[in-house]
Design a protein around this ligand. Sequence first.
Ligand code: PFF
Length: 460
Amino acid sequence: MQPANAERGQWGSRLGFIFAAAGSAIGLGNVWRFPTTVGQNGGAVFVLVYLLAVVGLSFFVMIAEFSLGRRTQRNPVGVYKTLAPGSAWKYLGVLGVLTGWGISSFYSVVAGWTLGYLWKTAVGAFNQASADQIASMFGSFVADPLTQISLHFLFMVATVLILMGGIKGGIERWSKILMPLLLGILVLLVVRSVTLPNAGIGLEYYLKPDWSKLTGRGVIAAVGQAFFSLSLGMGTMITYGSYLSRRENLVTAASWVCALDTLIALLAGFAIFPALFSVGLEPSIGAGLIFVVLPNIFNKIFLGNLFGAGFFLLLAIAAITSLISIVEVPAAYFIDERKWTRRKAVLVSGGGAFLAGIPAALSLGAVPGLSSLLTIENRTYGFLDLMNLLFGQYSLIIGSLGVAIFVGWKWGLSNLFAELREGNPDFRAERLFGFFIKFFCPIIIALLLIYLIFNPNAFA
Ligand code: PFF
C-alpha cells in the first residue's frame, strides 16, 4: 500500500525509525515518573514486576500497533476505517486522536518545568537554600501564571517547529541527535550518583527485592507505567509504524524500542536512588521527587549546578522527543483524513494542545478554583491531575485493550503474522505471539481496567 498522500512521508532509515520510536517512548515517563513510582511501590520488587509487564504485555501491544500502522500506512482512525470499514472500531482511533490532544496539553506544561529548572539550577538559584525553601520555591514556581504559560508555550512552539520539518527532516533528524546526547548525560549522572557516600543503601533499595512490599496496587502501577512509558494505547506507535517501509523487521524494531526505553528508565533509577539515600531522603516522596528533592542533592555534591543543569537538560530533551510523537497523532489524522497540509495539521494540533494546556498550567496554584476540581477518597484532583488520570491512564489502558482485541479477534492472527513476515520471512513464533496477543494481553489488561474502575486512585 502506498502512503495516502505526499504530506505523509517515511522514515529515512531503520536506525532513524528506532531512534524516533525510542525517542517517543523515552520521556518524562522514564526519567521522572518511573523513579517516582518505584519509590512509592517498594523499590526493587516493583522494578521486577515492571520488567515482566514490559516483556509480557507492552512488547506485544507494541508489535500489534506497529503492524496496524505499517499495514495501512494510516493514522489510528484511518487504520480502523481501512481494516474494518463501516464499523464502530473507528471510534477507538478517535479516542486515540483525542488522547493525543489531551496528553500533549498537560505533558507540555510539565515539560516546561524542566526548562524552568534547567535555568534555575544553572544560575544557582537553589544554592544555600534549605530543603523547606526549595519546596516552597517549587510551590511558587508552579503557581506563577506567566511563567507556567510562557514555558508551556515555548515547549509547544519547539514541538510544532520540529514537526513542521516532517518525518525524515524533522522527527528523525532531531531524534538521532538528541537521543545519544540523552544517554550520554544520563550515564554521567549515574557515575556521579553511585560514587556518592552511602550510595550502597540506595543501590540495595533499588536492586534487592523485599517481597513483603509486593502489593496489588504495585502490580497495577507497574503495568500502567509500562504502557505510558512505551507510548502505547493511543496510536503513537500505530502512527510511527505507518511511516515505516515494508522491508523492516517489526519484531526487531519493537525489541530495540522496549530495550532502550527500559535501559533509560533503569538508568534514571540508578541516577536517583543512590543520590537520594546519600542525602538521607525518603524514596516515597511522590510527584515532587525531582523538582523538590533533586535540587537538595545537587546542592550537596561537587559541581552540583553543572550536574543539576545537565539533568534538567536531559529531561527536557526526553520530553520533547515524546511530545512530538504525541502531537503527531492528531496531526497525522488531519493529514490523512482531512487532507490538510502538514503545516496546517501541525499548527492546529499544537495550537489546540497549547490552548487545552492553559487551564492545566494554571491549576497548580495560579487559579485556586482549578487546583481542586474533584475529590476521590481523600485525594484531590486539579485540572492537570484530571487530564493525566483520564487521558494518561484510563484512555491508554482502554486503547491498549482495544488494540489487542482488534488484532487478536477482528483483524486476526493470520493477517498479523503475514505483516510480521514482511521484512522477516523467517518469523516462526506464531504460537507464542498468538497466545500473548489473543489471550494473555486482553485478559490481563481487562482485569487491570476493572481494577482501575473500582480503584480510581490506584495510580494517584
Ligand atoms: N512515553 C512517554 C514518556 O514516557 O514520557 C509519554 C507518552 C508518549 C505516552 C506517547 C503516551 C504516548 F502515546
